[in-house]
Structures are given as C-alpha cells and as structure tokens.
Ligand binder design. Structure first.
Ligand code: PLP
Length: 417
C-alpha cells in the first residue's frame, strides 16, 4: 500500500502546471516569443570569483594528493567557518560552526526538517506560502493551519492562535500538547514583503511563550535593502532557543544549478519526547543532534566543488561581484514597480525582495489574468492563487529576468492593457 497522504496534495506542483499551460500555448502559437517572469530561476551567470574557485577545485580533484571523496557530514570547515564569520559574527550574531549544516539547498532542508517532529505537531504557514512547507507536511499526514497575509493586514501574519475567537478547544496551540511549528519566510516568496525587527520579535516572543518552533526561511536575505528589516532571525533575542534558519546560495549567488545552502540548528533549541507513557515522563532532546543523526543517515553531503564555490562568495571580490548581480536584479524590481504602478496596478514587494505581488485588474481571478498575460502579451507570470487561497486576485512577477526581457515584458503589457 502506498502513502495515502500523497492524494491529499493539491493537484500538480504549481510550476509543472504553468509549464504545461505554456507548452500547450506554444503548440497553438509556435511563433510567439514568450518571456517568463514566472518561475524564480536566475538568469545571470556565476560571478568570476565562483568560476575561479570551481576551476581550482576541479584541478584539485584531478590529482590523487588533493582529490576529495566523501566530505564531513556537516560540511567542510572552510565553508562553515566562512558562514559563521561573514553571515553571523560580522552582524553581531554568535553562531557556532557546529550549529551550521551545509546542504544542497534550502528546498531539501525546509522540506525534510519536519521529519524530526511527531506526526501530531500542527503546522502553521502563511497564506500565500512557498508550497514546499505545505506539501512536505501533507505528505507526512500533518494538519496545517493557515495565517492569511493580505493587503488588509499589510501582509504581516497575525498570531490568531491565541485570539479568543479561535475558541479554547480549537486552539491549534493545543492545550492537548500536540505542539506547533510556524514556517516564516522573509523576505517573502511569493509576496516580496518583509517583517521589521519589531514584527519578527512578536513571533519569537510568541514561540518562546508557547513552546512553539519557528522554521525561518531566509533564502532571500541578500536582497534586503531596508535598515529595519532583519537579515537573520537570530538578530532577535531568544531566537536561538526556538528557531531554525534556512539559507540558500541559489538567489544570493546564482547557485540554482550548482546547489548549495545551509541550515542553522542552534544547540539551544530543544524538543521533547515521551520517555515513559506510563509515568508521563518527558525527555528533552537537542534538535541539533537529532538533525545531525538524520543527515548522516540520509544525506551524503554537498559536493566539494559546490562548497568551494560557496566559500568564494565570502572573499572581498566575491562579495563585490555578488552584490553587483543582486543590484542588477533589484534594478529590474525597481523598474517593474515604477512602470506597473504608472500603468495603474497595485504592486507590493520588490523593495527588499526580487518578487512583486501584483493585484490583478478589475478583480480578475489569478489564472484568468495569467491566461491574458500569456495570450495577449506573451508574458508568463505565476498565479497568486497557486500559493494559497489568499493569493487569489494576485500574480507574482520575478525580477530575475534580463534587463532587456523585463523592459520588453513591461512594454507589451502596457500595449495590450
Ligand atoms: N525557499 C524559498 C522561499 C524559495 O523561494 C526557494 C526557491 O525558490 C527555496 C527555498 C529553494 O532554494 P534552493 O534552490 O536552495 O533549494
């Protein structure tokens, strides 16, 4: 018998559905020159510092004396030390190298981390949401609680779980002791919005007060421009007791094809297990050691080449080059915001993130507007409703295109409107 939970997943994976629609349209109109501002893949090549590191690492692999096979389970020290130094210590955050687990990207880790938790744990996600959090937990048979993020609440998830309207018995917090995990992703995919330090502090305090865990996805932190937006949840006091943080080099340094990221599991984050049903005795377990156990069983490490490539982005040249690519994409975001707003669209995001969350005109449904964009302007967007019901009436546009394509897409939308 197969795992029946797979049949509780909603339809196809969103991007497969979009790809099918685009393919069908291309068959209908083979000469249409389609520009994709849909899927969040990057278009700019790897920076020279990364290419140089990849060449060097490849040469090392060609010689027996410097050849590397399986690497250390948590990742090579050279990369974990660079992460600790540049992503945390330089920002005044104290993270130990033993708390850093190098991975092949944030998708695997955000999808896999739930394996450490009991099936009974309730999962809170924002709506709209990056679908991986929902689908990986649905596959595991867990209950999901949605926190709507709308224009009305400024796209800030509220902690309704404690509100009196929810009612005592239905509180997902569970007086029944089932526990709660909250996935937060900031800067947000898909809305491109952020939380300020004060807004994030509300969630950290909430997690600490209620023994909840936060899974914080910081895949887009490199895009933050505003001073009051935290680059790491560990800027907030107490977060090292309740939060895991997921990082990705995909959008930071164009590693979507190279594959590398890391996850921080602070030693202070503890969870419980029932040691004895009879006496109700609980045992406290460190998630750091449990994640290490899981990874060493199921994951054989990120390639040496990828890790040397990631290390290179922390060199002075690497930093400058990566910043320049991010500035390139953020210039697209700025232009898109400006031109779409001038056209009369209501636009959110795109200030501290490479995503724009655009209200459809005339209350069109997300998929209706997607079809219009594809057929009239030959531009692919992502229907907001694909990220959750609160995304209905929106589409997501990405700033990851080339300048030329982005300008051309905007021109076409303007012409056809
Ligand atoms: N987390 C979020 C919010 C994302 O948008 C993405 C990619 O689009 C990922 C994680 C996946 O990142 P990676 O390429 O490192 O697996």
């Amino acid at each position: 018998m197969i795992n029946d939970c797979f049949f509780k997943l909603s339809g196809a994976y969103l991007f497969s559905e979009i790809a099918q629609k685009v393919k069908a349209y291309k068959a209908e109109a083979p000469r249409a020159d389609i520009i994709s501002l849909g899927i969040g893949d990057v278009t700019q090549p790897l920076c020279p510092a990364v290419i140089e590191a990849l060449h060097k690492a490849t040469d090392e692999m060609a010689v027996a004396a410097s050849f590397r096979g399986y690497g250390p389970e948590r990742g090579y020290d050279f990369l974990r030390d660079a992460i600790v130094e540049h992503d945390f210590r330089a920002r005044g955050i104290d993270i130990d190298a033993d708390e850093v687990f190098v991975s092949d990207g944030a998708k695997s880790d955000t999808g896999n981390f739930q394996e450490l938790l009991s099936k009974d744990v309730r999962i809170a996600v924002t709506d709209p949401v990056y679908p991986v959090y929902v689908d990986s937990n649905v596959m595991a048979g867990r209950e999901i609680v949605y926190l709507p993020c709308t224009a009305e609440n400024g796209f800030v998830p509220q902690a309704p779980l404690l509100s009196p309207q929810v009612g005592k018995n239905t509180s997902p917090l569970g007086e029944d002791g089932r526990g709660l995990v909250i996935y937060l992703c900031y800067p947000n995919n898909p809305t491109g919005t952020t939380l300020t330090r004060d807004q994030l502090k509300v969630w950290v305090d909430y997690a600490l007060q209620n023994n909840a865990l936060i899974f914080y996805d910081a895949a887009y932190e490199a895009y933050i421009q505003s001073e009051d937006v935290p680059q790491s949840i560990y800027e907030i006091p107490g977060a090292k007791q309740c939060a895991m943080e997921f990082h990705s080099y995909s959008k930071t340094a164009g590693f979507t094809g190279i594959r590398c990221g890391y996850t921080v599991v602070p030693k202070g984050v503890k969870s419980e297990r029932m040691k004895s049903e009879k006496s109700g005795l609980l045992e406290t377990i460190s998630l750091n050691s449990l994640w290490n156990r899981r990874q060493s069983t199921k994951f054989n490490g990120t390639s040496y080449l990828s890790q040397r490539a990631a290390e290179a982005i922390y060199t002075p040249e690497g930093k400058t080059q990566v910043k320049a690519t991010i500035a390139y994409y953020m210039e697209n975001a700025r232009l898109m915001r400006e031109v779409l707003t001038d056209m009369g669209f209501t636009v959110y995001g795109g200030v501290d993130a490479p995503y724009l969350w655009v209200r459809t005109p005339n209350d069109m449904k997300s998929w209706e507007f997607f079809d219009w964009m594809l057929r009239s302007a030959h531009v692919v967007c992502t229907p907001g409703v694909g990220f959750g019901s609160a995304g209905e009436g929106y589409v997501r546009l990405t700033a990851f295109g080339t300048h030329e394509n982005t300008k051309e897409a905007l021109r076409r939308v303007n012409d056809k409107l």
